[in-house]
Design a protein around this ligand. Structure first.
Ligand code: XMP
Length: 517
């Protein structure tokens, strides 16, 4: 890449639920951007060398005691600033304006009247009205010296402010959310025009930068990767392979809890097609034996987790020269672990290989830790991974083990696997896999009576679960078309022996979870 230096935007986080969205919108403009807690030190800010800074929203009020603040040096750096909601209020507060609780809290849609379409609102039209998304209890009562109004709404006379000389901007509303349809244009005006960032953050450039960095760090040492067949570990594999070739060793543990054909497709893609050094460990019998007779969901998860570590450690022993363990950590995990809201707001209990690097005395290498999920998918495509892998829906580490409710036996696993394969096929054909967060089957330990031909049956029950979600933290059941459900149900009952009833799960999360166990 010959020393490409990317133009960067810094997002200082004051705890808004939308902070990640700001960063994603900036990245969509092909400009690199990082989120840091608002209290980042002046030295760190200077070292980051941003071409512009965005101050996020947040739940606090600027006049409260202990209200979060940031280094005052951001006002002296000579770079453009954009304050959003709390960010705008903080800016006014620090620069000599006035902020007060507004008489009416304003949540939801409002109309912004554009008073100046010169720079931040370029292309939007003077005197035009455009919908914006408000979510605030406080508002600016008096702008700081040097600021002029460039947009207002019925409840916010200072909905948009500008200090043209210093290139400081403040918005009372949220340009980063989809409910502000022109928000993307505003952010683009800020990032590409006002900050003059070059749009060079592309996954093609990322590959070059990452290769250099990985090669420099790993040198002639070797790396082990636990390949699961999911998007993240697959993209890590493809990227590391590009950088390191046969210095990368991929271990794929077939735990017998995978979907139909999964192990074979991993071998085909990574072994045959990419020619990676791939070891497939068939541990199905071992896992199913360890799970025999176990019904309790938490115990199942524990057993599967422990078994995985045991098998992985044992099999990884063959790569005695390895010094690194690669993991598909993504940027949201990194942000959440150092969030200003504190780790308690965002704890996730789904870490499948937690503790492994320490136990095995390996250094962690996490080449995706700067990327959002959508970027990882683009990167995967860029690296030549097939669509089935890049667009794959999330699949839990414990696999079908938490989807066969009750006792896990090879027969019941087989039943679920075949039913799930039909569901996947039909859902894919109907375009539903792209539209839903997850669509999968669950086998219940409930039998019911039916008739088939002239015969009475007494067979098992299968549930179809299909949900929409942005991040898996909350979810709604998908409104799948009846006709598609009819085809799926018919095929499953006719083609999968042992199932005579299919149900559709219409529970949202919360209070239900996405998985059944
Ligand atoms: P729940 O069932 O808690 O799941 O609503 C939220 C999301 O996490 C996935 N999930 C897991 N992922 N290891 C994982 O890697 C796990 O043990 C695990 N359990 C649940 C689930 O599929 C959903 O997308």
């Amino acid at each position: 890449m010959g020393g490409l230096t990317l133009d960067k935007i810094l997002v200082l986080d004051f705890g808004s639920q939308y902070t990640q969205l700001i960063a994603r919108r900036v990245r969509e403009l092909n400009v690199y951007c990082e989120i840091h807690p608002c209290h980042l030190s002046a030295d760190e800010i200077r070292a980051f060398a941003p071409r512009g800074i965005i101050l996020s929203g947040g739940p606090a009020g600027v006049y409260q005691e202990q209200a979060p603040t940031c280094s005052r040096e951001i006002f002296e750096l000579g770079v453009p600033l954009l304050g959003i909601c709390y960010g705008q209020q903080l800016m006014m507060n620090q620069l000599g304006g006035q902020v007060q609780p507004s008489r009416r809290r304003e949540y939801g849609r409002a109309e912004l009247e554009i008073l100046d379409d010169g720079d931040l609102f370029r292309g939007l039209g003077r005197s035009e009205r455009t919908p914006v998304w408000m979510s605030h209890g406080d508002r600016v009562e008096k702008p700081a010296p040097g600021f002029e109004v460039i947009g207002r709404s019925d409840n916010s006379p200072y909905a948009a402010l500008r200090d043209g000389a210093r290139r400081f901007y403040g918005l009372q509303f949220h340009p980063e959310v989809v409910h502000t349809p022109q928000g993307k244009r505003m952010l683009s005006n800020f990032v590409l025009e006002i900050c003059a960032c070059r749009p060079e953050w592309t996954m093609a450039n990322f590959i070059d930068l990452a290769r250099e960095e990985i090669s420099a760090r790993v040198g002639s040492d070797e790396v082990i990767l636990a390949l699961s067949g999911g998007v993240d570990s697959s993209v890590v594999a493809a990227l590391l392979h590009r950088a390191l070739g046969r210095q990368l060793h991929c271990l794929f543990v077939d735990n017998g809890l995978l979907r139909l054909g999964e192990a074979r497709s991993v071998e085909e893609v990574f072994g045959s097609h990419f020619g990676m050094d791939l070891v497939v460990v068939d541990a199905a019998v071992e896992f199913v034996q360890a799970l025999a007779g176990v019904q309790d969901p938490e115990r199942k998860r524990k057993i599967i987790g422990q078994k995985f570590i045991e098998v992985f450690e044992r099999e990884a022993g063959r790569f005695a020269r390895a010094r690194f363990l690669a993991q598909g950590t993504l940027y949201p995990d990194v942000i959440e672990s150092r969030s200003v809201r504190g780790p308690s707001a965002t704890i996730k209990s789904h870490h499948n290989v937690g503790g492994l690097p320490e136990r095995m005395n390996l250094e962690l290498i996490e080449p995706l830790k700067e990327l959002f999920k959508d970027e990882v998918r683009v990167l995967g495509r860029e690296l030549g991974l097939p669509r089935e892998i890049v667009e794959r829906q999330p699949f839990p580490g414990p696999g079908l083990g938490v989807r066969v409710i009750g006792e896990i036996t090879p027969e019941r696993l087989d039943t679920l696997r075949r039913a799930d394969a039909i569901l996947q096929q039909e859902a894919d054909q109907a375009g539903l896999l792209a539209e839903t967060w997850q669509t999968f089957a669950v086998l219940l330990p409930v039998r019911s009576v039916g008739v088939m031909g002239d015969e009475r049956t007494y067979e098992q029950t299968l549930v179809i679960r299909s949900v929409t979600s942005v991040d898996g933290m909350t979810a709604d059941w998908a409104r799948l078309p009846y006709d598609t459900l009819a085809i799926i149900s018919n095929r499953i009952i006719n083609e999968v022996r042992g199932v005579n009833r299919v149900l559709y799960d219409i529970s949202s999360k919360p209070p239900a979870t996405i998985e059944w166990e």
